[in-house]
Structure formats: structure tokens, C-alpha cells
Design a protein around this ligand. Structure first.
Ligand code: SAH
Length: 411
């Protein structure tokens, strides 16, 4: 096609911003690639707690301590139903040896060091100090008909995603199963005490956390064994919190072998893949673990999760202005999902939340809407994620115990 000389040629190449960091430097490995830390330092793990143990192990531990096995049931009731680890309230236990029993089975794990609340009081961010001084956060959110807790699975994170604040400081250590569970128990205690507005009754029961999202600090699948022990405890009706598995969402950058393992578990949790780009060129830079497992491998594993569990999976996609929000990327994502069948997946785009030192911003609203429209038109159910807690730095990707926090409360 010819263009008259006096007509300016409009560039049709969309702007492409490349991932880069500003204000902090990304750790690199010997080959100059973003460092991935899969292994956690062994040091710093807390003392064993009831929630780290299977029911059988609880009985064994009790007999080691010189107590009868039936005490486990009483302790479980105090901890999972009354949300307490305080021996002075446990008057059904013999006074003699009570402190030793409770201290041995329910050692304190999380010390609350700060609590931030939104003005409406429906979102609360906790900063917890672990026994070794490591700091983690969880975010409690009340919605109509459900209460969601966003929990951390590691102190820090080794996945090094340049747009997520948690990754910037690297991995401190894995959290124990009980440290993960205790975030829920402590949130439930707060709700019962009226800390999230007046406690309401749901049917015959007191209101409590109904949904868990593993979207706080850490990569849950890099802490697989403890993650699964925590989840088993959350869903166990007789010896745990008795939550519904479908209310628990495990979110991952895409550790493919671990996704496969998760598909073979007997607990059908909701599975979410943090994709953020449908093409390897961009995803290699945005999600460093893409150097190990590519977009197609991660999507195949997600599809397999659906096949094995029947649970529709969710694709997370942070919309970053001029980086990954192009129309062609929405189309490519739709193609890649449709290639793998219909009805197995939905997409959850979320406007990027600002992180310290980041030069990127969320996509314009019109671009967000266009991205969503293209996916929906292609038959992929897509809903923009409501983002909560931005004003208290409690939104996705903003959870980081800052240097100031460490100075004020850390080890
Ligand atoms: N490591 C896990 C879980 C923690 S992050 C994972 O990556 O899935 C939870 C979600 O928040 C992920 O989808 C993550 O990509 C997203 N996220 C991280 N930083 C963000 C930011 N700055 N804005 C919006 N979402 C972000």
C-alpha cells in the first residue's frame, strides 16, 4: 500500500516497556540470570507444635512428654475451636503439669507487632514476628458472605519477580506448617473478639475465616511438605479447623513438578497460576522461574490439575502499563487457553499495585477493560480482581516487612 507523501505514517508498533528494576538491584546467579532460591536455610525453624503433627504424631509426642494420648483431643479443641494457647484458660486439664503440657504442644509461634486497618475496618494487615525474629504478614478481608485471609508461606521469597516487593529481599526461611496455620487461628481469635466488626453468627456457628489464599509472602510450592501439612490441618474436621478445601487457593509462579504433585493429592484445593505473560520472551524477564518451566509447560500442568481434580483453575495476570497489557497478548493468552480445551480455566487480571522503587504502573482503565473484553469475547471467563488493602500496603505484591520494620521489631 502506498502512502501519500504528506500523510504522516502512524506507528502501529505498540509501546513495549521491558522489565527493569530501579531503586534496588535484583540478585543474580553466577551466569548473570536472576537468582532463584529453592532451598531454604534450615536454621530458625520454630519448636514443633501440634499443628505440625499428624494426629498419630500428636499422640506419640504426648506420650514422650508423659501425658495420655486423649489430651490431644482437648488441646485440639482449645486451639482449633477456641483459638487459644493460653494454659490459664484450660481448666479441663489437670493443674499439675498443665503449663508443661501446653508449652510442649502449643508453643507460642507468632508475636503480633503491628496491626493496620483500613478506614472501613473491613481489611486488616498483621505484621507477625516469628520466634527467630523473622517478620511475615497476613491480610484479613471481610466480603459479603465470606472472610478471606491472605497467608504467608515463607519469610521472604526466593522467586525474585521484579514487580513484587516480597521478592526483593530474597528468602529468609520456610515457615513451619504450624506458623502457617497459626495465622488463621490468630485471625479467627480476632474475629471472635470483635476485631473485624461485630462478630456475626453464620447458622449455628460463630463467624470465622472461610477462605484462605496463599498469596501472602512466599512461594507456597517451594515449601511443599509444610504447605500440605498446613492444608491438611486446615481441612481436617476432627483434628483441625474443618475448613472447605475449595475455599483454599494455592497460588504459584509455576513450579511444574510441584503442581503435578499437588494434582495427585486427595485435597481438591483451588489452584492459581501467576502467569502475567503468555509469551516466553516477556515471561522470562517477568517471572524468573520461567527459565526452568516455560509458559506452555506451566499451562499444561494447570490443565492437568483441572483434569485430575475437576476444579477450575485460575490464571493471575497483573496488568502492567505497556509491559504485558497489549491486545495481542490478550488474544495470545486466549488462544493458548482455548487450545487446551473449554471450561477449565478463568482469568483474573489485577491492576499492578505499586511497590517501592518500581518504575511501572497499572494499565490505564480503558486498556484493562479492553484486555478483559478480548478474553471474554474469546470465550474465556475473565473478571478483574478487586484489589484490597492498597492504602495499608496490604495488597498483592506489597507484602514486605520493610527495613524500617526490621529495625523496629526484627531480630
Ligand atoms: N508466590 C506466589 C504467591 C504470592 S503472590 C505467586 O507468585 O503466585 C500472590 C499474587 O500477587 C501473585 O499472582 C503475584 O504475581 C501477584 N503480585 C505480585 N506482585 C504484585 C503487584 N505488585 N501487583 C499486583 N499483583 C502482584
Amino acid at each position: 500500500m502506498t502512502t501519500p507523501e504528506n500523510t504522516p505514517v502512524r506507528s502501529t508498533t505498540p509501546r513495549q516497556v521491558r522489565p527493569a528494576t530501579e531503586g534496588w538491584s535484583q540478585k543474580k546467579d553466577d551466569a548473570g540470570r536472576p537468582l532463584l532460591q529453592f532451598a531454604s536455610p534450615k536454621k530458625g525453624m520454630p519448636p514443633a507444635h501440634l499443628a505440625d503433627m499428624t494426629p498419630k504424631e500428636r499422640a506419640e509426642k504426648l506420650s514422650e512428654l508423659g501425658f495420655p494420648a486423649f489430651r490431644a483431643k482437648q488441646l485440639e479443641k482449645h486451639y482449633f475451636t477456641h483459638y487459644t494457647s493460653d494454659p490459664t484458660t484450660m481448666t479441663d486439664l489437670p493443674a499439675v503439669g498443665r503449663e508443661e503440657l501446653v508449652g510442649g504442644m502449643l508453643p507460642p509461634l507468632l508475636t503480633e507487632v503491628r496491626r493496620l486497618e483500613t478506614d472501613r475496618g473491613d481489611t486488616i494487615k498483621f505484621l507477625w514476628k516469628l520466634h527467630d525474629g523473622a517478620l511475615v504478614e497476613s491480610v484479613l478481608m471481610r466480603y459479603t458472605g465470606r472472610i478471606t485471609l491472605c497467608v504467608s508461606s515463607q519469610a521472604g521469597c526466593g522467586m525474585n519477580c521484579p514487580f513484587c516487593a516480597t521478592g526483593q529481599a530474597g528468602l529468609t526461611r520456610n515457615m513451619s506448617a504450624a506458623e502457617i496455620v497459626d495465622q488463621v487461628v490468630r485471625a479467627n481469635r480476632l474475629i471472635a473478639e470483635g476485631g473485624l466488626g461485630d462478630p456475626r453468627r453464620v447458622g449455628h456457628e460463630d463467624e470465622r475465616v472461610t477462605n484462605i489464599v496463599f498469596m501472602g509472602m512466599g512461594e507456597p510450592l517451594a515449601n511443599y511438605k509444610r504447605l500440605m501439612q498446613a492444608i491438611r490441618t486446615m481441612v481436617d474436621k476432627d483434628h483441625g479447623l474443618g475448613m472447605s478445601a475449595r475455599g483454599i487457593t494455592v497460588s504459584t509462579v509455576g513450579l511444574v513438578p510441584a503442581i503435578k504433585k499437588l494434582s495427585d493429592e486427595d485435597i481438591p484445593v483451588t489452584f492459581a497460576l501467576s502467569l502475567h505473560a503468555p509469551d516466553d520472551v516477556l515471561r522470562d524477564e517477568l517471572i524468573p522461574v520461567n527459565s526452568r518451566w516455560k509458559v506452555d509447560e506451566a499451562l499444561d500442568a494447570a490443565r492437568e490439575y483441572f483434569d485430575k481434580t475437576g476444579r477450575r483453575v485460575s490464571i493471575e495476570y497483573a496488568l502492567i502499563k505497556d509491559m504485558n497489557d497489549h491486545g495481542w497478548r490478550a488474544d495470545l493468552l486466549a488462544d493458548k487457553l482455548n487450545e487446551r480445551g473449554r471450561g477449565w480455566v478463568h482469568v483474573n487480571p489485577i491492576p499492578l499495585n505499586p511497590t517501592p522503587g518500581s518504575i511501572w504502573t497499572a494499565s490505564d482503565v480503558s486498556v484493562q477493560n479492553e484486555f478483559v473484553r478480548r478474553l471474554n469475547d474469546a470465550g474465556i471467563p475473565t473478571t478483574l480482581r478487586d484489589t484490597r488493602g492498597k492504602e495499608i500496603d496490604g495488597a498483592c505484591g506489597q507484602l514486605v516487612a520493610t527495613e524500617d520494620d526490621v529495625a523496629a521489631y526484627g531480630a
